[in-house]
Ligand binder design. Structure first.
Ligand code: SF4
Length: 359
């Protein structure tokens, strides 16, 4: 019976009102009734299936605020999933993230709503490539960004995220007793890490297709239009972008920066949905700037999350021997003491010449 807001039943309007408050700047009143119905249906299916939904920071706001049980970056999500008692994990993110969840929760059923949700970084390198790199640089530890397939993680000594990459590289150099480390596959992350440490870096020419699109002209245009805006950039961007920004750090560091400082205006140089999602929690901050969307992340929708739970599709598995090897690399990273504060990439203050050997 349609006696609630937006032509919804009173119960449904009340159930979904808190979500509407968080997404109303990004969802139109025309779109909302269908989204509200889907959110309610998904939350019911989750209970029936004993499932949790892991929603990455780059999901659209109606997924992030409407159905995500855990929200955050890929590793944070996988760790939460491992701690959860739920039998089923639905990865609202891309395929390598679902694999990471499976690696950390081998006994759970891991589902992804669209198997085509890939990643340009993850597909830039294979396990066979890593074996060749190791042949070329025997004795050097291999540090791999979590944005990689299980096949690549299985050839890795230790994984890292953008939040702990400097710490992991320095740990690996010390542990192996070497002054150089292989850090793959993101060339820009490797260059940005190299600016923060004296450990030599051997890198691979993989890129995130979203972060590589930003230009210094984008930042100059933003500063012209909004001189008081603070510019925050992700370390998957090229070095010159980080140098032009006021602050650079992982998605966790950017979120912390905005939540603690509450600047009047912010430009987030990262995937566009991140700004929409933080905005739900800090409505007084104005987010401006270029909007680059990840086409892979955007394959995940409320509709296919509903279908995923309804039909228990599409299951993500990892062969057992690969899973065991990959788990060692991920677990080694998890077992390191957490960084005392979210990583920031201070390129402006970097004192030495950035030297990266590209493979
Ligand atoms: S934003 Fe970049 S790194 Fe993240 S999934 Fe998309 S292509 Fe991959």
């Amino acid at each position: 019976m349609a006696d609630g807001a937006f032509g919804l039943s009173k119960e449904l309007a009340e159930e979904t009102a808190p979500v509407w408050e968080k997404v109303k700047d990004h969802v139109t009143p025309l779109e909302w009734p269908e989204q509200a119905r889907l959110i309610s249906e998904i939350n019911r299916l989750k209970r029936e299936r004993d499932a949790v939904i892991l929603a990455h920071n780059y999901m659209t706001p109606e997924i992030f605020h409407g159905v995500g049980d855990y929200v955050g970056d890929s590793l944070g999500l996988a760790k939460e999933a491992a701690r959860s008692d739920a039998k089923v994990i639905v990865q609202a993110g891309v395929h390598f993230m679902a694999e990471t969840s499976k690696i950390l929760s081998p006994d759970k059923t891991v589902l992804i709503p669209d198997l085509r949700a890939g990643c340009s970084l993850a597909s830039s390198i294979t396990g066979a490539d890593v074996r060749l790199i190791k042949e070329r640089h025997p004795g050097l530890p291999v540090v791999t960004y979590v944005n990689t397939t299980a096949d690549v993680k299985a050839e890795t000594d230790i994984c890292c995220t953008s939040a702990n990459a400097v710490q992991v590289v320095e740990w690996a150099a010390k542990e192996w007793g070497v002054d150089k480390v292989i850090l793959i596959p993101d060339e820009y992350l490797a260059r940005n890490v190299a600016a923060q440490t004296t450990v030599g870096i051997i890198a691979w020419a993989g890129h995130c297709e979203v972060h590589k699109r930003f230009t210094t002209q984008d930042i100059a245009d933003m500063r012209d239009a909004w001189p008081d805006a603070e510019v925050l950039a992700h370390p998957e961007c090229p070095e010159e972008i980080l140098r032009a920004a006021d602050f650079a750090g992982s998605t966790a560091a950017m979120t912390e920066y905005v939540e603690k400082r509450r600047p009047k205006r912010v430009v987030l140089i990262t995937e566009c949905s991140m700004a929409s999602n933080i905005k739900g929690d800090v409505p007084e901050v104005e987010f401006v700037g270029p909007c680059n969307l990840c086409p892979h992340m955007k394959r995940i929708t409320l509709e296919n999350i509903r279908d995923c739970l309804l039909h228990m599709q599409f299951e993500v598995t990892v062969p057992e021997d690969m899973l065991e090897k990959a788990r060692l690399a991920v677990q080694r990273m998890i077992d390191l003491p957490p960084p005392s504060k979210p990583a920031r990439y201070d390129l402006v203050k970097a004192r030495h010449h950035v030297d990266v050997e590209l493979i």
